[in-house]
Design a protein around this ligand. Structure first.
Ligand code: NAD
Length: 485
């Protein structure tokens, strides 16, 4: 079975599909061909209102359910998602252009992991008892209320689930706005949660561009906003949320370093660099796009890297043999081509790639620049495409300072056989997630998020609970009140 790419309607509100064609048409383009595969409509003001009203009306009863019952619904949704992994993966591939080889293992499966994990956690969310001699305080972990989730286009199913699962486990309801570039998959998440027993209004999806996102963020009914997107959008959303003192989680961009010391296992380091630059055609926020390689092993590293890149299978993303697909959109492809031009004109050495692939769709070759210096644009700005910058170094302190010399701090990787060095260096790297002899693993059990311009707050793990709930302290006096008069 496969899903139709054209959804039944644009929005999913109150447990059912809702359409309002008065909203601007948003074409959904299959990146591998450039063909239009669906059309959805941006939410009008009345659709946004309907979604927020549904979420607000559903929230008190949802929060009043026993947490284990909420958890059971999330767990059931995880099971449905796993059972439908294949059709969800095909839809994700059509929505994003990512190869089916990837979507089968990294998207609905990751979403299901989050639903299962937070489903299991729901029954354990408790407050504490704080003894004060005769008196005591107890704390109650309460939901925040209506949460808004806003997604980027690279992992539409995963992002919807990473936000919905902890939010719903804690007793919140959510209105989620997917990226206008990939609007299809979040609707399936809503369908599945509804089928699993989530009451109407608990999880709603509305379509739209930044303007719709802004309307959601500024609505007084909203208690919290969780955004996955670029740092410039993050700044706007954070500022808008601050006006009403709303809670925020910001999962933003990066320009993460990967450091390969001269004692590293070269094949593993090359494998990490490939995963951290070319998986999802490089459209991953945590990618290690500044690869610092020790001068003594530079030529060996580049030889092995270029040899392995020739084995990339670039082609039809729906063919499971394909390991490298197109960029998500023509616009994103052109942005990346602009960066490749900058790399050339600023003097970096193009080792491989650098061009469009000669076929329909938005394909770029996996691209590697060597002799990159810290000041070059390609070493400073997030490209969000398959462009790796290789820089050389010869001293540990020097490379740590250079790795940290960025406005971002999402991830960082270290490849070395020296365990003491691995831990010493990760201790000094300013990043939310560090990898030792690995890159880009994101298990739901581990907190994920950035420092500096890469974001605020954490998704996944127990840490996410802190960002979707708040504590109420209740002081209990056991004796008489002693007032001064
Ligand atoms: P984007 O910032 O252009 O858009 C993200 C979302 O924000 C979209 O849904 C968009 O419609 C919405 N939006 C735009 N302006 C808004 C506004 N003023 N108010 C409210 N919402 C608004 O990002 P993108 O191009 O879709 O995605 C790529 C970016 O996302 C990259 O920078 C990437 O690093 C980042 N990203 C981060 C993570 C993470 O977890 N840290 C994961 C994936 C992607």
């Amino acid at each position: 079975m496969t899903y139709d790419t054209q959804p039944e309607a644009s929005h999913h509100i109150g447990g059912r599909y809702v359409e309002d064609t008065a909203g601007a048409a948003i074409p959904v383009i299959y990146p591998a061909t450039g063909d239009r595969i669906a059309t959805v409509h941006a939410a009008t003001a009345s659709v946004v209102d309907q979604a927020l009203a549904a979420a607000e009306a559903a929230q008190p009863d949802w929060a009043a359910l026993s947490p284990r019952e909420r958890g059971r619904i999330l767990t059931r949704a995880a099971q449905i998602m796993r059972a439908r992994n294949h059709e969800l993966s095909v839809l994700e591939t059509r929505d994003t252009g990512k190869p089916l080889q990837e979507t089968l293992v990294a998207d609905a499966t990751s979403g299901a992991d989050a639903l299962e994990y937070f489903g299991g956690l729901a029954g354990t969310l408790t407050g504490e008892h704080i003894p004060l001699g005769r008196d005591w305080v107890y704390t109650i972990r309460e939901a925040l209320g209506v949460c808004v989730g806003i997604g980027a286009w690279n992992y539409p199913t995963q992002i919807a689930c990473w936000k919905a699962a902890p939010a719903l486990a804690c007793g919140n309801t959510m209105v989620f706005k997917p990226s206008e570039t990939t609007p299809l998959c979040a609707l399936k998440v809503a369908e599945i949660l509804t089928e699993a027993g989530a009451p109407p209004g608990v999880f709603n999806v509305v379509q739209g561009l930044g303007e719709t996102g802004a309307r959601l963020v500024t609505d007084p009914r909203v208690a919290k906003v969780s955004l996955t997107g670029s740092a410039p959008t993050g700044r706007k959303v954070y500022a808008a949320a601050a006006a009403d003192m709303k809670h925020v989680t910001m999962e933003l961009g990066g320009k993460s370093p990967m450091i390969v010391f001269d004692d590293a296992d070269i094949e593993n380091a090359v494998g990490g660099a490939i995963l951290g630059n070319f998986y999802s055609s490089g459209q991953i926020c945590s990618n290690g796009t500044r690869v610092f390689v020790h001068g003594a092993i530079m030529e060996r590293f580049l030889d092995r890297l270029t040899a392995r890149l020739t084995t990339a299978v670039i082609g039809d993303p729906l063919d499971e043999a394909t390991s490298f697909g197109p960029m998500v959109s023509e616009a994103q492809m052109n942005i990346v081509l602009g960066y490749i031009d900058k790399g050339r004109t600023e003097g970096a050495r193009l080792v491989t790639g650098g061009r469009r692939v000669d076929r329909e769709g938005f394909y770029l070759e996996p691209t590697v620049f060597a002799d990159v210096t810290d000041a070059m644009t390609i070493a400073r700005e997030e490209i969000f495409g398959p462009v790796m910058s290789v820089l050389d170094f010869d001293d540990e302190d020097e490379v740590i300072a250079r790795a940290n010399a960025t406005e971002y701090g999402l991830s960082a990787g270290v490849f070395t056989r020296d365990l003491a060095r691995a831990h010493r260096v990760t201790g000094k790297l300013r990043a939310g997630t560090c990898f030792i002899n690995s890159y880009n693993d994101a298990p739901v059990e581990a907190p994920f998020g950035g420092v500096k311009a890469s974001g605020v707050g954490r998704e996944n793990a127990q840490a996410a609970v802190e960002h979707y709930s708040q504590l109420k302290s209740v002081y209990v006096r056991m004796g008489d009140v002693e007032a001064p008069f």
